[in-house]
Design a protein around this ligand. Structure first.
Ligand code: UD1
Length: 387
């Protein structure tokens, strides 16, 4: 009998855990053809642990690297050293990393040093500048150079890789696994549809509310400006309410609390569980964020997303009309939010529930492709058609 394919998934922050969870589930379902190995870096600690519990994932290895106010160099070196030990002990046939975190680029480099092929999930996203988002844009470019196989979420991501001379045969368009996670979570909790309206963090269900997240390094300096914009929004005539689950980073949380604590209509809460996040998106009027994942998730539920960044690596959402870039300028944030609160036509234009990022079946495609490719078999018909 052929030996099972040893596939190690590596992740460690909130977004890559959400997006890798359905892949882990699909790999587990493919036993005994596959032997799944799970390594978490714990670049995030509490936010990771909540998700492991929600998705019922038990890691085989936990590098436990997080420290307070960690630098990128500290994260990178700890992942490199920890991964060398784990890779030597486990000897996987292939290592799967995700997206653009420092966990991913460092784990990919460690695998490359051990000459173990790397497969990159959510490959090929690009902005026009290496500095934005920082350091994620460079993380994903580096991971792309180190990877042997590329699972691109969209045709555009595939084209980006081809422009960088990645061989077409090594790229496979799967859709984004975040949609798999989102759909699974929403279905499990029966959140979409006629869910009841409990009081949410003291929010009044009769008034519109806005779901906010902000944490990016390139926004750290602008954090006071963003907070002042939120204070102003809370004073708009529609009396919108704001729910902001604040990232625990010392560069974010203290500023948010200093400026916004005590302002009527603004609820700053600790990071929400993933299912509460999905629920919040389902109930809000619009999303104001600098996150990448929310740009993919909110359109699933037809919620407009104002992106507090100057660039996005997700232009498909801009074209589809569900995303709009507003940067971190207070006036622009307030004006665009005000428009979506008062102008039903402008709102409806953005709220069309069209999602260019996937159909919820990406993880199965990834596993099928890995088995076909690394076990030497022909690509199944479905994959030939989709590739
Ligand atoms: C990282 C990712 C970013 C992703 C984000 C989601 C990189 C370079 N960036 O950025 O792409 O959008 O995760 O959150 O990989 N902290 C805690 N508890 C936690 C998590 C974080 O206290 O559960 C603190 C840490 O001490 C750390 C700070 O938050 O000092 C920032 O975390 P870090 O992983 O360095 O960067 P993020 O901004 O979270």
């Amino acid at each position: 009998m052929t030996q099972p394919l040893k596939v190690m998934t590596v992740f460690g922050t909130r977004p890559d855990t959400v997006k890798m969870a359905p892949v882990v589930h699909a790999l587990t379902a493919a036993r005994p053809s596959i032997q799944p190995l799970i390594c978490v870096t714990a670049q995030h600690r509490e936010m990771l642990d909540d998700l492991l519990e929600l998705f019922e994932i038990v890691p085989d290895d936990d590098l436990d690297i997080m420290t307070a106010d960690q630098t990128l160099t500290e994260v990178t070196t700890r992942v490199l050293i920890g991964m060398e030990r784990v890779l030597t002990a486990r000897q996987p046939d292939v290592v799967l990393v995700h997206g653009d975190t420092t966990t991913s680029s460092a784990a990919a480099l460690a695998a490359f040093y051990r000459q173990i092929p790397v497969a990159h999930v959510e490959a090929g996203l690009r902005t026009a500048t290496r500095w934005e988002p920082f350091p994620e844009e460079m993380n994903r470019r580096l991971t792309g150079r180190l990877a042997s196989f590329h699972f691109a979420p969209t045709a555009r991501a595939r084209a980006n890789l081809e422009r960088e001379n990645v061989a077409g045969a090594d790229i496979f368009v799967t859709g984004n696994t975040v949609i798999d996670a989102f759909v699974e979570t929403a279905r499990r909790a029966e959140l979409i549809g006629d869910a009841p309206e409990p009081a949410w963090h003291g929010l009044d269900s009769g008034r519109p509310w806005i779901f906010v997240t902000a944490h990016r390094r390139e926004n750290h300096e602008a954090m006071p400006e963003i907070c002042r914009a939120l204070a102003e929004i809370a004073g708009l005539p529609q009396r919108p309410q704001i729910l902001w689950p604040v990232h625990p980073s010392p560069r974010v949380a203290p500023i948010a609390h200093r400026i916004l604590d005590g302002i009527a209509g603004v609820s700053l809460v600790a990071p929400l569980s993933y299912s509460a996040t999905v629920r919040s998106i389902a109930r809000c009027r619009l999303v104001l964020t600098d996150s990448g994942g929310l740009q993919e998730e909110a359109p699933c539920l037809g919620k407009p997303v104002l992106v507090m960044r100057r660039e996005t690596e997700r232009p498909e959402g801009i074209e589809a009309g569900t995303l709009k870039l507003v940067g971190s300028d207070r006036t622009a944030i307030v004006a665009q939010t005000g428009l979506l609160l008062e102008d039903e036509v402008a709102y409806a234009r953005m709220a069309r529930a069209h999602n260019p990022y996937g159909d919820g079946l990406a993880s199965g495609r990834i596993v099928g492709w890995l088995l076909a490719r690394l076990r030497g078999g022909p690509l199944p018909e479905e994959f030939r058609a989709a590739a």
